[in-house]
Design a protein around this ligand. Structure first.
Ligand code: MN
Length: 206
């Protein structure tokens, strides 16, 4: 019988576990549906979106952070699958190690494909899914951009399908500036103050 390739081989190869406090990885049991976003203040600040699927955390580095505004697509660079134990990781990775910098949990909860869709769609370069987190809720889309010749990484785009339930345009993890002055029906039903949940600096996890 041929052994299934280890989905965490790339994860383990990139890290020296005698130096980093990140967990070493073995694939876990399939069937879970956690999602997590880790704010990672590395060489470049980014937000790591991870969706549990097939016993690992499928991962994307969202360079500017997820936006609750459906008009704003965010570059999400596919990164190596992470072990399920990474979902609880917070801490500081030594500067000279892979991903050196601090990691903080920014959001967490569960995810599901929208009705009629499946996590298998990822292999075809797209996923339409629902998040139930503290900040990120409702329907989201991940779509792989057309690969360019010689490309060494997969570039995907992440966007909200419609205005976020708990935020509005101008709410952005990079900025807590006042929201845009755009007025339309979607905004009128938003409760004040704007950005309350989305832009909150910290969430006390239960
Ligand atoms: Mn990262």
């Amino acid at each position: 019988m041929t052994k299934r390739p280890d989905p965490l081989a790339a994860y383990n190869a990139k890290r020296d576990f005698s130096r980093t406090s990140e967990p070493a990885g073995d694939p876990g049991a399939p069937g879970g549906n956690r999602f997590i976003v880790q704010k990672h203040d590395a060489t470049r600040l980014h937000w790591d979106l991870r969706l549990e699927s097939d016993g690992v955390l499928k991962s994307w580095a969202v360079t500017k952070g997820p936006s609750p505004d459906p008009d704003i697509k965010r570059l999400a660079v596919r990164t190596e699958d992470h072990p399920l134990s990474y979902a609880a990781f917070e801490g500081t990775i030594p500067d000279d190690e892979y991903g050196g910098g601090t990691v903080m949990i920014w959001d967490r909860g569960t995810w599901a494909p929208v009705e009629g869709k499946s996590a298998d769609d990822l292999a075809d370069g797209h996923l339409h899914f629902i998040l139930s987190g503290e900040r990120m809720k409702g329907e989201w889309l991940l779509v792989r951009m057309k690969p360019r010749k010689g490309e060494r990484r997969e570039n995907w785009l992440l966007r909200k399908t419609r205005m976020h339930e708990s935020a509005r345009a101008g709410c952005d993890p990079l900025s807590s500036a006042l929201p845009h002055q755009r007025v339309d029906r979607a905004f009128q039903v938003m409760a004040e103050p704007p950005c309350e949940i989305w832009c909150r600096k910290e969430i006390r996890w239960r």
